[in-house]
Design a protein around this ligand. Sequence first.
Ligand code: NDP
Length: 399
Amino acid sequence: MGKALIIGAGGVAGVTVHKCCQNSEVFEEIMIASRTKSKCDALKEKLEGYKTKIHTAQVDADNVSEIVKLIDLFKPDIVINLSLPYQDLTIMEACLLTRTHYLDTANYEPLDTAKFEYKWQWEYRDKFKQAGITAVLGSGFDPGVTGVFSAYAQKHHFDEIHYLDILDANAGDHGYPFATNFNPEINIREVSANGSYWENGKWVETQPMEIKRVYNFPQIGEEDMYLLHHEELESLALNLKGIKRIRFFMTFGQSYLTHLTCLENVGMTSIKPIDYNGMKIVPLQFLKAVLPDPASLGPRTKGKTNIGCIFKGIKDGQEKTYYLYNVCDHEQCYTEVGSQAISYTTGVPAMIGAMLVMDGTWQMPGVYNVEEFDPDPFMDALNKWGLPWQESFTPDMVE
Ligand code: NDP
Protein backbone atom coordinates (compact mmCIF):
# COMPACT_ATOMS: atom_id res chain seq x y z
CA MET A 1 0.00 0.00 0.00
CA GLY A 2 2.65 2.59 0.89
CA LYS A 3 5.74 3.95 2.61
CA ALA A 4 6.50 5.08 6.16
CA LEU A 5 9.45 7.05 7.49
CA ILE A 6 10.22 5.97 11.07
CA ILE A 7 12.34 8.45 13.03
CA GLY A 8 14.23 6.97 16.00
CA ALA A 9 15.87 3.57 16.39
CA GLY A 10 15.48 2.86 20.11
CA GLY A 11 13.40 0.37 22.08
CA VAL A 12 9.97 1.43 20.78
CA ALA A 13 11.11 1.89 17.17
CA GLY A 14 12.56 -1.64 17.22
CA VAL A 15 9.07 -3.04 17.86
CA THR A 16 7.26 -0.78 15.37
CA VAL A 17 9.75 -1.72 12.65
CA HIS A 18 9.14 -5.43 13.37
CA LYS A 19 5.38 -4.94 13.26
CA CYS A 20 5.52 -2.94 10.01
CA CYS A 21 7.52 -5.80 8.48
CA GLN A 22 4.93 -8.34 9.69
CA ASN A 23 2.33 -6.13 7.95
CA SER A 24 4.12 -5.80 4.61
CA GLU A 25 0.90 -5.46 2.59
CA VAL A 26 0.44 -2.02 4.17
CA PHE A 27 4.08 -1.13 4.83
CA GLU A 28 5.67 -1.99 1.50
CA GLU A 29 8.69 0.21 2.16
CA ILE A 30 10.00 1.80 5.34
CA MET A 31 12.91 4.07 6.06
CA ILE A 32 14.43 3.98 9.56
CA ALA A 33 16.22 7.26 10.22
CA SER A 34 17.86 8.29 13.46
CA ARG A 35 20.74 10.21 15.00
CA THR A 36 22.91 7.09 15.15
CA LYS A 37 22.69 5.33 11.77
CA SER A 38 24.39 2.14 13.01
CA LYS A 39 21.31 1.47 15.19
CA CYS A 40 19.08 1.75 12.08
CA ASP A 41 21.36 -0.61 10.17
CA ALA A 42 21.33 -3.13 13.05
CA LEU A 43 17.51 -3.14 12.98
CA LYS A 44 17.49 -3.58 9.22
CA GLU A 45 19.86 -6.53 9.50
CA LYS A 46 17.54 -8.27 11.99
CA LEU A 47 14.61 -7.95 9.59
CA GLU A 48 16.07 -9.15 6.32
CA GLY A 49 13.74 -11.84 5.04
CA TYR A 50 10.48 -9.91 5.37
CA LYS A 51 8.84 -8.54 2.20
CA THR A 52 8.96 -4.93 3.43
CA LYS A 53 11.84 -3.10 1.78
CA ILE A 54 13.93 -1.33 4.45
CA HIS A 55 16.12 1.75 3.94
CA THR A 56 18.18 3.49 6.60
CA ALA A 57 19.47 7.04 7.00
CA GLN A 58 21.11 9.39 9.44
CA VAL A 59 19.04 12.41 10.51
CA ASP A 60 19.18 15.05 13.19
CA ALA A 61 15.50 15.43 13.98
CA ASP A 62 16.13 18.72 15.79
CA ASN A 63 16.82 20.18 12.34
CA VAL A 64 13.72 20.84 10.19
CA SER A 65 15.58 21.16 6.89
CA GLU A 66 17.35 17.79 7.37
CA ILE A 67 13.98 16.10 7.93
CA VAL A 68 12.44 17.89 4.94
CA LYS A 69 15.33 16.73 2.74
CA LEU A 70 14.80 13.13 3.83
CA ILE A 71 11.04 13.30 3.26
CA ASP A 72 11.59 14.82 -0.21
CA LEU A 73 13.99 12.01 -1.03
CA PHE A 74 11.91 9.08 0.30
CA LYS A 75 8.41 10.53 -0.21
CA PRO A 76 6.68 8.61 2.63
CA ASP A 77 2.91 8.61 3.15
CA ILE A 78 3.45 9.12 6.89
CA VAL A 79 6.21 9.99 9.35
CA ILE A 80 6.14 7.88 12.54
CA ASN A 81 7.97 9.86 15.20
CA LEU A 82 9.61 7.46 17.68
CA SER A 83 12.47 9.72 18.70
CA LEU A 84 12.00 11.80 21.85
CA PRO A 85 9.31 14.34 22.80
CA TYR A 86 11.83 17.16 22.22
CA GLN A 87 11.68 16.45 18.46
CA ASP A 88 7.86 16.58 18.05
CA LEU A 89 7.64 20.16 16.81
CA THR A 90 10.52 20.02 14.32
CA ILE A 91 9.11 16.80 12.84
CA MET A 92 5.58 18.26 12.67
CA GLU A 93 6.98 21.36 10.98
CA ALA A 94 8.75 19.20 8.38
CA CYS A 95 5.53 17.22 7.78
CA LEU A 96 3.66 20.47 7.24
CA LEU A 97 6.21 21.77 4.76
CA THR A 98 6.08 18.52 2.77
CA ARG A 99 2.35 17.76 3.29
CA THR A 100 3.00 14.39 4.92
CA HIS A 101 0.86 12.71 7.60
CA TYR A 102 2.35 12.58 11.13
CA LEU A 103 2.05 10.26 14.15
CA ASP A 104 3.80 10.14 17.54
CA THR A 105 3.58 8.44 20.94
CA ALA A 106 4.48 11.24 23.38
CA ASN A 107 3.64 14.94 23.53
CA TYR A 108 6.10 17.80 23.16
CA GLU A 109 8.23 18.80 26.10
CA PRO A 110 10.91 21.52 26.01
CA LEU A 111 14.38 20.16 26.76
CA ASP A 112 15.06 22.70 29.50
CA THR A 113 11.67 22.50 31.30
CA ALA A 114 10.25 19.22 32.59
CA LYS A 115 6.67 20.09 31.64
CA PHE A 116 4.80 18.26 28.93
CA GLU A 117 1.51 19.53 27.56
CA TYR A 118 -0.37 19.53 24.28
CA LYS A 119 -0.63 23.28 23.70
CA TRP A 120 2.37 23.48 21.37
CA GLN A 121 1.15 20.65 19.14
CA TRP A 122 -2.52 21.73 19.23
CA GLU A 123 -1.36 25.09 17.81
CA TYR A 124 -0.78 23.21 14.54
CA ARG A 125 -4.47 22.25 14.19
CA ASP A 126 -5.46 24.85 11.58
CA LYS A 127 -2.23 24.55 9.62
CA PHE A 128 -2.57 20.77 9.29
CA LYS A 129 -6.24 21.14 8.36
CA GLN A 130 -5.44 23.66 5.64
CA ALA A 131 -2.63 21.46 4.32
CA GLY A 132 -5.05 18.49 4.16
CA ILE A 133 -2.83 16.27 6.34
CA THR A 134 -3.53 14.28 9.49
CA ALA A 135 -1.52 14.33 12.72
CA VAL A 136 -2.30 11.56 15.23
CA LEU A 137 -0.98 12.48 18.69
CA GLY A 138 -0.09 9.87 21.27
CA SER A 139 -0.53 6.50 19.54
CA GLY A 140 1.40 4.37 22.06
CA PHE A 141 -0.27 2.55 24.98
CA ASP A 142 -0.60 5.32 27.51
CA PRO A 143 -1.21 7.69 25.85
CA GLY A 144 -2.68 5.77 22.97
CA VAL A 145 -4.63 2.61 23.69
CA THR A 146 -5.97 4.24 26.88
CA GLY A 147 -7.56 6.95 24.67
CA VAL A 148 -8.91 4.35 22.23
CA PHE A 149 -10.33 2.33 25.18
CA SER A 150 -12.03 5.54 26.41
CA ALA A 151 -13.52 6.30 22.99
CA TYR A 152 -14.74 2.68 22.74
CA ALA A 153 -16.33 2.81 26.21
CA GLN A 154 -17.99 6.12 25.34
CA LYS A 155 -19.26 4.83 21.98
CA HIS A 156 -20.58 1.42 23.08
CA HIS A 157 -21.14 1.35 26.85
CA PHE A 158 -22.04 4.73 28.32
CA ASP A 159 -24.25 7.75 27.80
CA GLU A 160 -21.89 9.62 30.09
CA ILE A 161 -18.58 8.58 31.68
CA HIS A 162 -18.20 10.33 35.03
CA TYR A 163 -15.08 8.70 36.48
CA LEU A 164 -12.04 7.24 34.77
CA ASP A 165 -9.04 5.63 36.46
CA ILE A 166 -6.16 4.63 34.17
CA LEU A 167 -4.04 1.91 35.79
CA ASP A 168 -0.59 1.02 34.47
CA ALA A 169 0.96 -2.01 36.18
CA ASN A 170 4.31 -3.49 35.31
CA ALA A 171 5.04 -6.64 37.31
CA GLY A 172 8.08 -7.37 35.17
CA ASP A 173 11.44 -8.13 36.80
CA HIS A 174 14.64 -7.37 34.85
CA GLY A 175 16.94 -8.33 37.71
CA TYR A 176 18.63 -4.89 37.98
CA PRO A 177 18.24 -2.94 41.23
CA PHE A 178 17.32 0.14 39.12
CA ALA A 179 16.54 0.52 35.43
CA THR A 180 13.79 2.23 33.43
CA ASN A 181 11.67 0.49 30.81
CA PHE A 182 11.76 3.35 28.34
CA ASN A 183 14.11 6.26 27.76
CA PRO A 184 15.52 6.94 31.28
CA GLU A 185 15.61 10.71 30.86
CA ILE A 186 11.95 10.96 29.80
CA ASN A 187 10.87 8.35 32.37
CA ILE A 188 12.57 10.05 35.33
CA ARG A 189 11.36 13.52 34.30
CA GLU A 190 7.81 12.10 34.29
CA VAL A 191 7.85 10.24 37.60
CA SER A 192 9.75 12.83 39.63
CA ALA A 193 7.34 15.63 38.67
CA ASN A 194 4.36 16.65 40.82
CA GLY A 195 1.31 14.46 40.36
CA SER A 196 -2.09 15.79 39.36
CA TYR A 197 -5.61 14.71 38.50
CA TRP A 198 -8.63 16.31 36.90
CA GLU A 199 -11.68 16.85 39.11
CA ASN A 200 -14.80 18.93 38.56
CA GLY A 201 -13.29 21.03 35.80
CA LYS A 202 -9.91 21.75 37.34
CA TRP A 203 -6.50 20.25 38.04
CA VAL A 204 -5.65 19.12 41.57
CA GLU A 205 -1.88 19.03 42.10
CA THR A 206 -0.17 16.55 44.43
CA GLN A 207 3.39 15.96 45.61
CA PRO A 208 5.32 13.28 43.68
CA MET A 209 4.14 9.80 44.87
CA GLU A 210 1.89 11.43 47.52
CA ILE A 211 -1.19 9.33 46.69
CA LYS A 212 -0.74 5.58 46.95
CA ARG A 213 -3.27 2.79 46.44
CA VAL A 214 -3.02 -1.00 46.38
CA TYR A 215 -4.83 -2.73 43.52
CA ASN A 216 -5.43 -6.40 42.77
CA PHE A 217 -4.67 -6.56 39.02
CA PRO A 218 -6.11 -9.41 36.90
CA GLN A 219 -3.34 -11.93 36.08
CA ILE A 220 -0.76 -9.99 38.13
CA GLY A 221 -2.09 -9.71 41.68
CA GLU A 222 -1.70 -6.98 44.28
CA GLU A 223 0.64 -4.10 43.48
CA ASP A 224 1.36 -0.70 45.05
CA MET A 225 0.46 2.08 42.62
CA TYR A 226 0.97 5.85 42.78
CA LEU A 227 -0.91 8.76 41.28
CA LEU A 228 1.02 10.57 38.50
CA HIS A 229 0.27 13.36 36.09
CA HIS A 230 0.04 11.81 32.62
CA GLU A 231 -0.46 13.39 29.24
CA GLU A 232 -3.71 11.72 28.16
CA LEU A 233 -5.49 13.27 31.16
CA GLU A 234 -5.30 16.63 29.37
CA SER A 235 -7.02 15.54 26.16
CA LEU A 236 -9.48 13.09 27.76
CA ALA A 237 -10.68 15.83 30.12
CA LEU A 238 -11.83 17.67 26.97
CA ASN A 239 -13.00 14.73 24.89
CA LEU A 240 -15.06 12.63 27.35
CA LYS A 241 -18.49 14.13 27.76
CA GLY A 242 -19.74 14.55 31.32
CA ILE A 243 -16.40 13.56 32.86
CA LYS A 244 -16.05 14.52 36.53
CA ARG A 245 -12.71 12.99 37.48
CA ILE A 246 -9.75 11.33 35.72
CA ARG A 247 -6.77 9.88 37.54
CA PHE A 248 -3.69 7.97 36.40
CA PHE A 249 -1.87 5.41 38.57
CA MET A 250 1.38 3.57 37.86
CA THR A 251 2.94 0.75 39.86
CA PHE A 252 6.47 1.06 41.24
CA GLY A 253 8.46 -1.49 43.23
CA GLN A 254 10.20 -0.54 46.47
CA SER A 255 13.70 -0.89 44.96
CA TYR A 256 12.86 1.55 42.14
CA LEU A 257 11.44 4.11 44.60
CA THR A 258 14.37 3.82 47.03
CA HIS A 259 16.89 4.35 44.22
CA LEU A 260 14.89 7.21 42.74
CA THR A 261 14.69 9.01 46.10
CA CYS A 262 18.41 8.61 46.64
CA LEU A 263 19.25 9.85 43.12
CA GLU A 264 16.94 12.86 43.61
CA ASN A 265 18.46 13.63 47.01
CA VAL A 266 21.99 13.75 45.61
CA GLY A 267 20.96 15.88 42.61
CA MET A 268 21.40 13.23 39.89
CA THR A 269 17.91 13.75 38.44
CA SER A 270 18.38 17.49 37.93
CA ILE A 271 18.07 18.89 34.38
CA LYS A 272 20.02 22.06 35.24
CA PRO A 273 23.49 21.99 33.60
CA ILE A 274 26.45 21.96 36.03
CA ASP A 275 30.16 22.62 35.48
CA TYR A 276 32.26 19.46 35.51
CA ASN A 277 35.99 19.60 34.68
CA GLY A 278 35.45 22.63 32.45
CA MET A 279 32.42 21.08 30.69
CA LYS A 280 28.71 21.68 31.09
CA ILE A 281 26.86 18.46 31.86
CA VAL A 282 23.22 17.78 32.72
CA PRO A 283 23.13 15.35 35.69
CA LEU A 284 20.05 13.48 34.37
CA GLN A 285 21.66 13.02 30.93
CA PHE A 286 24.79 11.66 32.62
CA LEU A 287 22.63 9.31 34.70
CA LYS A 288 20.99 8.07 31.48
CA ALA A 289 24.43 7.22 30.12
CA VAL A 290 25.24 4.94 33.09
CA LEU A 291 21.83 3.22 33.36
CA PRO A 292 20.96 0.09 31.34
CA ASP A 293 19.63 0.84 27.85
CA PRO A 294 15.87 -0.04 27.96
CA ALA A 295 16.28 -1.76 24.57
CA SER A 296 18.68 -4.22 26.27
CA LEU A 297 16.21 -5.35 28.97
CA GLY A 298 14.29 -7.76 26.71
CA PRO A 299 16.25 -10.96 27.34
CA ARG A 300 16.27 -10.40 31.15
CA THR A 301 12.68 -9.36 31.84
CA LYS A 302 10.13 -11.85 33.17
CA GLY A 303 6.51 -11.23 34.21
CA LYS A 304 3.56 -9.29 32.84
CA THR A 305 2.13 -5.84 32.38
CA ASN A 306 -1.52 -4.96 32.82
CA ILE A 307 -2.59 -1.54 31.52
CA GLY A 308 -6.21 -0.48 31.34
CA CYS A 309 -9.05 1.88 32.14
CA ILE A 310 -11.82 1.59 34.74
CA PHE A 311 -14.91 3.61 33.86
CA LYS A 312 -17.92 4.54 35.96
CA GLY A 313 -20.88 6.38 34.52
CA ILE A 314 -24.45 6.18 33.33
CA LYS A 315 -26.12 4.02 30.68
CA ASP A 316 -29.89 4.22 30.10
CA GLY A 317 -30.32 5.96 33.44
CA GLN A 318 -28.48 3.24 35.36
CA GLU A 319 -25.08 3.47 37.04
CA LYS A 320 -22.54 1.26 35.28
CA THR A 321 -18.89 0.23 35.73
CA TYR A 322 -16.61 -1.18 33.03
CA TYR A 323 -12.94 -2.22 32.92
CA LEU A 324 -10.96 -2.62 29.69
CA TYR A 325 -7.38 -3.84 29.89
CA ASN A 326 -4.56 -5.65 28.15
CA VAL A 327 -2.18 -8.11 29.76
CA CYS A 328 1.17 -8.46 28.03
CA ASP A 329 3.92 -10.96 28.83
CA HIS A 330 7.53 -9.69 28.72
CA GLU A 331 8.99 -13.05 27.69
CA GLN A 332 6.46 -13.59 24.90
CA CYS A 333 7.30 -10.14 23.50
CA TYR A 334 10.97 -11.02 23.56
CA THR A 335 10.33 -14.29 21.74
CA GLU A 336 8.29 -12.49 19.08
CA VAL A 337 10.23 -9.28 18.42
CA GLY A 338 13.25 -9.28 20.76
CA SER A 339 11.97 -6.61 23.15
CA GLN A 340 10.36 -6.24 26.60
CA ALA A 341 6.65 -5.49 27.00
CA ILE A 342 6.91 -1.72 27.59
CA SER A 343 8.46 -1.13 24.17
CA TYR A 344 6.05 -3.72 22.72
CA THR A 345 2.90 -2.14 24.15
CA THR A 346 4.04 1.22 22.71
CA GLY A 347 5.44 0.05 19.37
CA VAL A 348 2.42 -2.04 18.31
CA PRO A 349 -0.15 0.81 18.66
CA ALA A 350 2.22 3.11 16.74
CA MET A 351 2.14 0.67 13.81
CA ILE A 352 -1.66 0.31 14.09
CA GLY A 353 -2.27 4.08 14.12
CA ALA A 354 0.01 4.54 11.11
CA MET A 355 -1.74 1.70 9.26
CA LEU A 356 -5.15 3.33 9.84
CA VAL A 357 -3.90 6.66 8.50
CA MET A 358 -2.27 5.02 5.49
CA ASP A 359 -5.36 3.02 4.53
CA GLY A 360 -7.55 6.13 4.92
CA THR A 361 -9.60 4.89 7.91
CA TRP A 362 -8.13 7.50 10.25
CA GLN A 363 -7.45 10.28 7.75
CA MET A 364 -8.96 13.51 9.04
CA PRO A 365 -7.09 16.73 8.17
CA GLY A 366 -5.96 18.45 11.36
CA VAL A 367 -4.23 17.51 14.61
CA TYR A 368 -6.08 14.98 16.77
CA ASN A 369 -5.65 12.84 19.86
CA VAL A 370 -6.44 9.17 19.34
CA GLU A 371 -9.80 9.27 21.19
CA GLU A 372 -11.15 11.66 18.53
CA PHE A 373 -11.10 8.91 15.87
CA ASP A 374 -13.44 5.91 15.49
CA PRO A 375 -12.06 3.39 18.03
CA ASP A 376 -13.56 0.24 16.45
CA PRO A 377 -10.98 -0.46 13.72
CA PHE A 378 -8.17 0.18 16.22
CA MET A 379 -9.76 -2.20 18.78
CA ASP A 380 -10.00 -4.93 16.11
CA ALA A 381 -6.38 -4.34 15.11
CA LEU A 382 -5.19 -4.63 18.74
CA ASN A 383 -6.61 -8.17 18.85
CA LYS A 384 -5.01 -9.02 15.51
CA TRP A 385 -1.55 -7.51 16.06
CA GLY A 386 -0.59 -8.80 19.51
CA LEU A 387 -2.36 -6.70 22.17
CA PRO A 388 -5.70 -8.45 22.77
CA TRP A 389 -7.98 -6.68 25.23
CA GLN A 390 -10.23 -8.04 27.93
CA GLU A 391 -13.25 -6.56 29.64
CA SER A 392 -15.05 -6.83 32.96
CA PHE A 393 -18.38 -5.34 34.03
CA THR A 394 -17.76 -5.90 37.75
CA PRO A 395 -14.25 -4.55 38.39
CA ASP A 396 -12.83 -3.72 41.80
CA MET A 397 -12.96 0.07 41.95
CA VAL A 398 -10.09 2.25 43.15
CA GLU A 399 -11.12 4.20 46.25
P1 NDP B 1 15.02 5.43 23.15
O1 NDP B 1 15.86 6.40 23.90
O2 NDP B 1 15.28 3.98 23.26
O3 NDP B 1 15.03 5.81 21.58
C1 NDP B 1 14.95 7.13 21.12
C2 NDP B 1 15.55 7.16 19.74
O4 NDP B 1 15.44 8.49 19.22
C3 NDP B 1 17.05 6.79 19.72
O5 NDP B 1 17.29 5.98 18.62
C4 NDP B 1 17.70 8.17 19.56
O6 NDP B 1 18.93 8.18 18.90
C5 NDP B 1 16.69 8.88 18.70
N1 NDP B 1 16.89 10.34 18.76
C6 NDP B 1 16.97 11.11 19.88
N2 NDP B 1 17.20 12.38 19.55
C7 NDP B 1 17.25 12.41 18.19
C8 NDP B 1 17.47 13.44 17.24
N3 NDP B 1 17.66 14.72 17.60
N4 NDP B 1 17.47 13.11 15.93
C9 NDP B 1 17.27 11.83 15.53
N5 NDP B 1 17.08 10.82 16.38
C10 NDP B 1 17.06 11.11 17.70
O7 NDP B 1 13.50 5.76 23.57
P2 NDP B 1 12.25 4.77 23.55
O8 NDP B 1 12.29 3.98 22.28
O9 NDP B 1 12.18 4.09 24.85
O10 NDP B 1 11.04 5.83 23.48
C11 NDP B 1 10.70 6.45 22.25
C12 NDP B 1 9.51 7.37 22.46
O11 NDP B 1 8.39 6.61 22.90
C13 NDP B 1 9.75 8.46 23.52
O12 NDP B 1 9.21 9.67 23.05
C14 NDP B 1 8.93 7.97 24.70
O13 NDP B 1 8.47 9.04 25.51
C15 NDP B 1 7.77 7.31 23.98
N6 NDP B 1 7.04 6.32 24.81
C16 NDP B 1 5.67 6.35 24.78
C17 NDP B 1 4.94 5.45 25.53
C18 NDP B 1 3.47 5.39 25.41
O14 NDP B 1 2.86 4.42 25.88
N7 NDP B 1 2.81 6.33 24.78
C19 NDP B 1 5.61 4.47 26.43
C20 NDP B 1 7.05 4.46 26.31
C21 NDP B 1 7.73 5.38 25.54
P3 NDP B 1 20.30 7.70 19.62
O15 NDP B 1 20.25 6.22 19.45
O16 NDP B 1 21.38 8.36 18.87
O17 NDP B 1 20.20 8.14 21.06
